[in-house]
Design a protein around this ligand. Structure first.
Ligand code: MN
Length: 283
């Protein structure tokens, strides 16, 4: 099984956002296919909307001289903050930077709008701004965390194992933990559960993929059936779903766990899976 291939498929971003053509220079996909971003995103099922997006919104409205590009970007960012549309905001913050809006001005915009559009909208916008600024630092050659162009191979066994602590029951070991630098959001590790060991109840803000590589285990979402899992099985935990995973009572289990972080967080821990709950699994 090609774990790397499966893993990369599992973490494809679902975020959809559209920005004008001049903002796409770093998005190689458009150059490879010769299609606009709008055509790529929706041309297959909504060709008219893609055409209107390209020709009317970006070809005409964004090109009108009545507002400077910089001002157009600033008001668009403000509207997206007020509407709490983080995916669109991400693209338009990038474009705003290209159109000459300074990072400090974007932060000031968010601060101002906290009072007019609501605190949660502003907090969400701060998270988006952090990601966009980090990308910008990387492009400008600032020493952002390991954003070299070099491919990084982390040799097996080169990192110390970490014992699963407060958020697990039983003997749990985590190997080869990783968290990729922004703008990547993927993180995870290889988790070994001895027989009977399991996670506490928890959830993941952007979901989680598990790939079982050894043994036999169990997974359950709150109120749902306990499902046995074995070598080669893939598990998808949808965003925000309370669940646990672990070994069966008689066999150990190893899985690769992959989750994306939102605002730097990839898991929310809850109460332990007590013995009655675990036995309730029928194992
Ligand atoms: Mn999980």
């Amino acid at each position: 099984m090609n774990i790397v291939k499966i893993a990369s498929m599992a973490v494809l971003l679902l975020g959809v956002a559209i920005v004008p053509a001049q903002a796409q220079s770093q998005e190689a996909s458009s150059m490879e296919t010769g299609q606009s971003r709008a055509q790529q995103l929706m041309g297959d099922i909504a060709p008219k909307l893609a055409e209107l997006t390209d020709d009317v919104l970006f070809g005409d409205v964004w090109e009108r001289p009545g507002l400077a590009k910089r001002d157009r970007s600033l008001i668009t960012v403000a509207a997206l903050i007020a509407l709490n549309r983080p995916e669109q905001l991400r693209s338009h913050m990038r474009l705003a930077r290209q159109n000459g809006v300074a990072e400090a001005e974007l932060v000031e915009t968010i601060t101002q709008l906290a009072f007019y559009s609501g605190w949660p909208n502003a907090i969400a916008a701060v998270g988006v701004a952090r990601e966009v600024f980090a990308e910008n630092d990387a492009q400008n050659g600032k020493p952002a965390p390991s954003t070299d162009d070099a491919v990084v191979v982390t040799k097996a066994g080169s990192q110390p194992s970490v014992a699963g602590a407060a958020n697990f029951t039983g003997a749990v070991r985590v190997d080869m933990r990783f968290q990729r630098p922004l703008p990547a959001r993927t993180g995870g590790g290889i988790v070994t559960f001895e027989p009977g060991a399991r996670t506490a109840w928890h959830s993941h803000p952007l979901g989680q993929t598990l790939i079982v590589t050894e043994g036999r285990g169990l997974v359950q979402h709150w109120g749902g059936p306990v499902q046995p899992i074995g070598i080669g099985d893939l598990v998808w935990i949808p965003p925000g779903v309370k669940h646990w995973h672990g070994a069966s009572a008689t066999d150990s289990m190893v899985h690769v766990a992959i989750a994306e972080a939102r605002d730097g967080q990839s898991v929310t821990w809850m109460e332990q899976v007590d013995n009655a709950q675990y036995r309730g699994s029928g194992r």
